[in-house]
Design a protein around this ligand. Structure first.
Ligand code: SF4
Length: 397
């Protein structure tokens, strides 16, 4: 049975109600258990459990150190293209946003990767909007092939595919697949995804399973917080994680916790998730999924990221750019607009979007702008080890 069937049968509303009405005593009881069920998870993220955040932090910290040691794995997103055929109201790359676009050539992708290598990164997340014309399967394969000799860990965050299309990407050297459901609230999902294949909620939800069937062994999931009630999203993420751990058990699971950031299109969050809520969720996820990687990106401020390092996070990006060519300026000379899949060259000085030396538009604004070396330094000063490389293809030979 696919997760879609389990998701359809999941008593989401009653779990959310339990969560909202939980008492501190019930939350405490759930917190004490060595193995947390989905109901326990709902208790631990409840408003009542807000009073228990310090106890939660202590348990989460101890469990994370026991399972992962005092390490934080570092990775960098490398944006290949900001072309997209979808309209997602909350995303700067949406088809109808008149942004500056570009798709890097394979040589330019290698140039960007070299710059990241110089910074110390050995783990890359290749990111692209969904546009079969500009970001074809063949193009993605070429990018992975060109990088995998040098980079021991390459993950993808690109438009969902069929299993048969994932296989050549795995064979080319990609080992991880990241796909956020964005929101697990079907009504909100339908409202926010106004055009393009991404409108198919179930197809997206089954993506990690298709990637697993193609042999991907790192699977990343998450919700984008700020679109629907964060507790409802978290319950669904937990149910999804539980399903993947049961059914895709050979893969390592990571869970990301992105909160909405400002972007082109000026979408504003529909719901609030405070810093304290985020801390509570990180700890609740750790207690429920002791071996899952928990990912924190540069969407969050330096202060909050520093504070979360000892509490349960195990992977962080650093020094990120969310525009193609962001690390070296690659592709700058080919920046254009795209209308109905057609490239529209910029006429000099004719666009307020293209002042001299402009770069492609980023997906969203980042909050932590510290260079990677500074992030690594603070990780060390907090008593943790920054890990740039934790896997090598030779280990699986
Ligand atoms: S969220 Fe993804 S699919 Fe949606 S517009 Fe942005 S890049 Fe495209």
């Amino acid at each position: 049975m696919s997760f879609v069937a389990e998701f359809n049968a999941l008593p989401r509303e009653s779990l959310l109600e339990r969560c909202q009405q939980t008492t501190v005593a019930a939350a405490q009881e759930s917190l004490r258990r060595s193995t947390l069920s989905l109901t326990d998870f709902a208790h631990v993220i409840s408003p009542a459990a807000g009073e228990l955040v310090e106890a939660l932090c202590r348990r989460s910290q101890a469990l994370t150190r026991q399972r992962f040691g005092k390490t934080i794995r570092l990775f960098a997103p490398l944006y290949l293209s900001n072309e997209c055929i979808n309209n997602c109201k909350y995303c700067g790359f949406s088809r109808d946003n008149p942004i500056l676009r570009v798709t890097l050539s394979v040589e330019e992708v290698v140039r960007e990767a070299r710059a990241l290598w110089q910074e110390g990164f050995r783990s890359l997340l290749l990111v692209a909007g969904e546009h079969p014309k500009f970001v074809s399967r063949g193009y993605l394969q070429e990018c992975v092939r060109a990088l995998h000799e040098q980079f021991p860990s390459i993950s993808l965050e690109v438009g969902p595919m069929e299993t048969a299309d994932y296989r050549p990407l795995f064979q080319a050297g990609a080992e991880g697949l990241v796909v956020y459901q964005e929101t697990y609230d079907r009504d909100v999902y339908a409202d926010l995804h106004t055009a393009g294949p991404k409108r198919n909620f179930g197809w997206r939800l089954e993506t990690p399973e298709r990637a697993y069937a193609a042999a991907f062994r790192r699977l990343g999931i998450g919700a984008l917080y700020g679109l629907s009630d964060w507790r409802l999203e978290a319950i669904c993420v937990a149910a999804h994680a539980e399903y993947l751990l049961r059914n895709c058990w050979k893969a390592q699971l990571t869970i990301s916790l992105p909160r909405l950031r400002p972007c082109a299109g000026e979408f504003h969050p529909l719901t609030e998730m405070t810093d304290r809520d985020l801390v509570q969720l990180v700890c609740a996820l750790r207690l429920t999924f002791p071996d899952a990687g928990l990912v924190l990106s540069t969407r969050e401020s330096a202060t909050l990221r520093n504070g979360l390092i000892p509490l349960g996070i195990t992977l962080m990006s650093a020094g990120s750019h969310t525009e193609p060519g962001g690390y070296t300026g690659a592709g700058q000379q080919r920046i254009h607009h795209t209308e109905r899949g057609r490239i529209v060259p910029l006429t000099a000085g004719a666009s307020e979007w293209a002042p001299n030396g402009a770069r492609a538009t980023g997906q969203f604004e980042i909050a932590d702008e510290r260079p990677p070396a500074e992030v690594a330094d603070i990780i060390r000063r907090l008593g943790y080890e920054p890990v740039w490389k934790d896997w090598d293809a030779a280990l699986t030979a």
